[in-house]
Write a protein that binds this ligand. Structure first.
Ligand code: ZN
Length: 179
């Protein structure tokens, strides 16, 4: 017998310049069935879009929830991680650069430098508070997704010229879609 009676569904990902991507998301007060459904749908949406991570605002839900899977193709297993109300409590001095992309800014890849090692505190889907360290790609992933919860995007780390060029391109695309 199935434990859950609902089916996971793929939600629509929103793109810049949608204002919801620039809004600070609200903390989750209670981990209930709605949050479990949200997280399941976020994983489904992320895997379908072939992303490493997804934040709830990217599907238009302004709640502090992120999902990630930073396992690479050589890893045999998936490594899904969901974080509720994540908070980064430590950033290392050492930095590392990765080419980052974002499902809300499709087809743009830019090298971004961020702290290489972090500590993050969050609530898991069982309501347990977890504190863990992360480095490498996972550390970048967590920082990228937590930024989303604060209305911040990876293009904000680029030069103004580069960022404005990307924003203009997507404004044009949005107008074309609307028109
Ligand atoms: Zn993103």
């Amino acid at each position: 017998m199935e434990e859950r009676i609902y089916n996971m569904s793929v939600r629509n990902i929103i793109y810049i310049p949608d204002k919801r991507l620039r809004t600070v998301a609200e903390p989750v007060a209670e981990i209930n069935k709605d949050i479990h459904i949200l997280i399941d749908d976020m994983f489904e949406t992320m895997y379908k879009a072939l992303g490493f991570g997804l934040a709830a605002p990217q599907i238009g839900v302004l709640k502090r929830v992120i999902v990630m899977d930073c396992s690479d193709e050589e890893d045999e297993k998936q490594d899904p991680i969901a974080m509720i109300n994540p908070e980064i409590t430590f950033f290392s001095e050492e930095k590392r650069a990765y080419k980052e992309g974002c499902l809300s800014i499709p087809e743009i890849l830019e090298e971004i430098e961020r702290p290489d090692n972090i500590r993050v505190k969050y609530t898991n889907i069982d309501g347990k508070i977890i504190e863990r360290e992360a480095d490498g790609l996972l550390a970048t992933c967590i920082q990228h997704e937590v930024d989303h919860l604060n209305g911040k995007l990876f293009i904000d780390y680029l030069s103004r010229l580069k960022r404005d060029r990307i924003i203009k391109k997507f404004q044009k695309l949005a107008r074309r879609r609307a028109g």
